[in-house]
Write a protein that binds this ligand. Sequence first.
Ligand SMILES: [Zn+2]
Length: 213
Amino acid sequence: MSKLFPELDRELTRHTLRDGVRVDIADGPTSEIVSTLEKMGLIGTTQRRYVKCAYRSDPDYLERWDSGCEGIIEVDDLDKSYFCRECGQPIEQVTKKTFFGDVRVSLEPDGITQHIREAVQAVPHVARVDSLAYSAFSVQLTDGRTIKLVVLDYTEARYRFAGLYFAEPHLYVVASPINDPVRHVLEGQIYVALLSRKVSPFEGQFGTCTDDR
Ligand SMILES: [Zn+2]
């Protein structure tokens, strides 16, 4: 498995690369993706244990006020008393209920920036990559041309919007297409056009991300 480009399910990986998303760790493929992305330094995780307000296999199922309640109750201390925030009913014996677990994903800007730098550096057309600012790089190609590489999610505003004026060629990278503040940027077609028109040396290796919403 390539260290820079591990073979992971694309859809699941895209789902996992969202700040704040909760991922079921009992799910094998997702668990592997979380573990791989974490080892690569791209995400951090916080584990959570919870019970479901109304769960058919629980001994208190028939006593729940609303057997269709979808409330979940996070449990961090077995001695505390809990109630469901959805329907308001207390949970009498939390220890007798079925426990579930998931992890909350947080994106790691430092790791993502470093990864993108290394990934671009690995492209044969690239001679060198120099830092301009946080999450912004100057990429010198082997044919002498230079491209600005900008990670839209994290870099300074002046690098984020410079391409609007058709100055130097820019390679815009979006770490997480779902997260703000880049969503509105993706909705502006000019960014997609810039990316596909001005970054031809990268086409076929990084794609143009026109379908990444
Ligand atoms: Zn409830």
